[in-house]
Design a protein around this ligand. Structure first.
Ligand code: UDP
Length: 259
């Protein structure tokens, strides 16, 4: 099979040229990074699980009218997506204090916030993704005011939907990160949800025990990282017990084919 042209390699994903113009293939790796890539490792089977979880969530979001870049899953590690012009902003939605919010403002982890907070970070690894204000976004032209309104509306809708979806399986959605991209229709640009939604970019706590079921297990060396990702997939009904061995079979098959 001819090797596809690689467009971009990020920390957890690779983008390849897609089969048709305007499409890309998003490949999910097992690589994990934290603290602006100062900590690196692999979480075995993570790519397979994140591909599946992200497919599940993006498909569900599309059914409630949130436009996304997702077209369809191709295989265990790849999905077909629409090519977008990525808006260089990470949108963080918070329901409960944790992570950088707790550290920066001294608010104890686990404190329920009186209202949902949306924060913006400028996507720039060299600068360590600094937090920014609306004013910076307008001033430097990263997105228009209209686009920012659409982004905030979509972020709230995604939060409402995901909070309910996770609550139904005994998981508290603490916070999460979204990325958006622009698609062009002639001269008209539209913003759609891009990237992925998975335990890599969400904080997910078991409702009864407060056990962390997300990348904080990797960040904080808590152990049981693979199991936590599998648990989220299992509760979502995406992972049958036999699938765990299928993950390994798929990867060894790929290696034999030299991919
Ligand atoms: N997040 C992410 N990528 C980043 C930074 C944050 O996916 O580069 C997610 C993170 O997993 C968490 C939320 O955004 O669910 C808020 O992260 P926070 O600002 O607390 O930063 P962290 O503690 O992860 O450094």
């Amino acid at each position: 099979m001819a090797r596809r042209r690689q467009i971009y390699e990020g920390k957890a994903k690779i983008l390849y040229e897609g089969p048709e113009p305007g499409t890309l293939i998003q490949y999910f790796k097992d690589d994990a990074t934290a603290f602006n890539a100062q900590k690196r490792g692999t979480i075995s089977g993570k790519g397979v699980i994140n591909n599946r979880i992200s497919e599940h969530i993006f498909t569900a979001l599309q059914t409630i009218g949130v436009p996304t870049h997702f077209i369809r899953r191709i295989n265990m590690r790849e999905q077909l997506i629409r090519q977008v012009e990525i808006i260089p902003i990470e949108v963080v939605v918070r329901n409960v204090a944790a992570g950088s919010l707790s550290k920066r403002l001294g608010i104890e982890e686990g404190t329920q916030l009186p209202r949902t907070i949306i924060e913006y970070y400028y996507k720039d690894d060299a600068l360590g993704d600094p937090m920014i204000a609306d004013e910076h976004i307008a001033c430097f032209g990263w997105a228009t005011q209209e686009e920012m309104n659409d982004i905030a509306d979509m972020a709230i809708r995604v939060n409402d939907f995901l909070s309910g979806m996770f609550a139904a399986i005994g998981i508290r959605l603490i916070d999460f990160k979204l990325e958006f991209g622009r698609v062009w229709d002639g001269d008209y640009a539209r913003v759609i949800l891009a990237d992925e939604i998975s335990p890599d970019g969400c904080r997910l706590w078991d409702m009864k025990t407060n056990q962390k079921l997300d990348k904080d297990r990797f960040r904080q060396d808590l152990g049981g990282v693979e199991e936590a990702y599998q648990e989220v997939a299992r509760r979502l009904g995406l992972l049958q017990p036999e699938d765990e061995s299928a993950v390994l079979d798929f990867d060894s098959h790929r290696k034999k084919r030299g991919r």
